[in-house]
Write a protein that binds this ligand. Sequence first.
Ligand SMILES: *Cc1c(COP(=O)(O)O)cnc(C)c1O
Length: 399
Amino acid sequence: MPLSSRLAVDGGEPVRNRPLPYGRQSLDDADIEAVVEALRSDWLTTGPRVDEFEAAFAAYVGVAHAVAVCNGTAALHAAVHALGIGPGDEVVVPTMTFAASANCVVYQGGTPIFADVDAATLLLDAASVEARLTERTRAIIAVDYAGQPCDYTALRALAERHGLALVADAAHAAGAREGDRAVGSLADLSTFSFHPVKHMTTGEGGMITTDDARLAGRLRVFRNHGITSDHRQRATQGAFFYEMVDLGYNYRLTDFQSALGLSQLRRLESFVEARGAIAARYDDAFAEMPEVRPVAVRAGVRHAYHLYPIRLELHLLTAGRDAVMAALRAEGIGVNVHYIPVHLHPYYRERFGTHAGMCPHAERAYEELVTLPLFPAMTDADVADVIAAVRKVIDHYRA
Ligand SMILES: *Cc1c(COP(=O)(O)O)cnc(C)c1O
């Protein structure tokens, strides 16, 4: 066997020597300059750039209110709190997501109820949600898995029919659209994450968007210890008095992070376009490989491609997903798995009695999923390396 076709896991030459991560931020001089300018100003934490960032983000998604917080998990917690969810309340959450989408319900003493996803798109399945509803259900949290908007038309209709609140965990979907409506404007509350692997970053950071002024007010109080005014308002009024009206947290975003967020937001469209172009190259390459199946994309949406997961047709291969992943990593490709279904984690099994068999589509997908590297700064050569490594590993394990 020629050296180049022997797998790196078996001692062959890897496709690349410098490992390619699955995700990575893109920071330019303008981003860095914006942060430096903020650091040289009078404000480190809550200052004018927080307001500016919120206003710009609200305008971008087309809603009345955006509330900045310190990370995407805090955004979810604030959303669940704003809806008044507490002990005895149930919230339906897809299992094909990051644990934070469900943990936020538990923070407030509520019970997450795991729904299955559509077998082709891996997005929350409205029929599965409907089957999980009880008289205790208060809300649905939808997750725009991989960057693709859920079927919000169906989910909104379902929520309205049953008097439920609809939250979008849009951590994957900044820049995505359903028709001409931006993700962030499609649910009662939408939450975003600005972690470095997401579309735009503030280091750590998050945002909640809504058209509801009352919910926005609750979010603002919650992120500041449950206090109704912030220190800037008191400073301008020359007043010391404040009232804590609710139990809140310190979930504030700093001014210099907001400066970075404003600068990154200006680049978001170009980031989403770059991701889409890479995804299109992957789609073309894998169309010729029957062993590799991309996740289906709904008609009429703009997919933001936070992730590019592929599904392995395991019956056409002599190795399982874990072996394929190990082989790809040895080739220098930073593959990952998104996600281990949340209801299979020990915490949920032990605390909430969840078990295998509850969400068959997600459980099946989990066995087959491999997330390939995808970030705007990938070069053409990086993309070619990923395709070459997948082809090499698949050729080797073809049944
Ligand atoms: C990243 C992510 C979060 C959490 O965001 P952080 O900013 O890391 O707290 C929540 N939900 C989903 C689906 C995510 O991918």
